[in-house]
Design a protein around this ligand. Structure first.
Ligand code: NAP
Length: 246
């Protein structure tokens, strides 16, 4: 291959796995990928009913269940992906956890609860996905990080550290997996689902766009990276209404 990945990719017919794809942002990403004509694979853990609904709304996406805390379950899921889908073009690492604790209250279990899914699983899913993608000649990984990986939030130090880890992991893996596989990250700001709590309302008041974001806006950014040429790698796109500029 003289110039791997030099063109913008069509997603039509391409296989893309979305972790935590049953609900909220993951669901919006899955629906948007289905609109693009992709073959959507939806990973879920506990939200089976939502996953089935999202799969149906995608026109019949395939479902994969795994607890991403476990590397053995991640490896099994990618073996299933290989058997059932025959390969993989895209991975969206969207699944994550979020808790609020003062650092003096954070136990080892609290720390591991966040990092096992938010950072460790992103690494091991990316590793397994990149192996499948390389076999097929190339692919795209998009890691959903967070404004919290750029800005320090006192009551979320463990979450912020995990998401800063995702941002830097994105850069390291972009180098490691080049040129066949690109790795980029989308960092959402406040994305609204239902009523916002006071912490989020305060962030919206500080947001230059003067409103919270929509899951569909995060999905648009994900699709940009999935379709972008191989020359776009290791990059971070904040979808935060400008809040990271404050
Ligand atoms: N919402 C926001 O305002 C916001 C802001 C900044 C960044 N983000 C990031 O955007 C992404 C999506 O956000 P969201 O609010 O839509 O996420 P969410 O609803 O809190 O979580 C997404 C999914 O992660 C899955 N998950 C959690 N623990 C898991 C485990 N042990 N194994 C497998 N799956 C697990 C869950 O799947 P099941 O339900 O199937 O168990 C859940 O539905 C996350 O990476 C989040 O950090 C969100």
């Amino acid at each position: 291959m003289a110039n791997p990945g030099s063109e913008r990719a069509e997603l039509r017919g391409k296989t893309v796995l979305v972790t935590g794809g049953a609900r909220r942002i993951g669901r919006a990403i899955a629906l948007r990928l289905a609109q693009e004509g992709a073959r959507v694979l939806i990973h879920y853990h506990t939200s089976e009913e939502d996953a089935r609904r999202t799969a149906a709304d995608c026109g019949g996406a395939e479902l994969f269940r795994a607890n991403l805390e476990s590397v053995a379950e991640i490896e099994r899921m990618f073996r299933d992906v290989r058997e059932r889908a025959g390969g993989l073009y895209g991975l969206v690492n969207n699944a994550a956890r979020f808790t609020k604790r003062h650092p003096f209250e954070i136990t080892e279990a609290d720390w591991d609860f966040i990092h096992s899914v938010n950072l460790k699983a992103v690494f091991f899913c990316s590793k397994e996905a990149a192996k499948l993608m390389r076999e097929a000649g190339g692919g795209r990984i998009v890691n959903i990080s967070s404004l919290g990986g750029l800005r320090p939030w006192a009551m979320h130090a463990h979450y912020c550290a995990s998401k800063a880890g995702v941002i830097h992991l994105t850069r390291a893996l972009a180098k490691a997996f080049a040129p066949e596989v690109t790795v980029n990250s989308v960092a959402p700001g406040v994305i609204q689902f239902g009523e916002l709590d006071e912490e989020s309302r305060a962030m919206v008041r500080d947001t230059p766009a003067r409103r919270p974001g929509r899951a569909e806006e995060v999905a648009d950014a994900v699709v940009y990276f999935l379709r972008a040429p191989g020359f776009v790698t290791g990059q971070l796109l904040a979808v935060d209404g400008g809040l990271s500029l404050r």
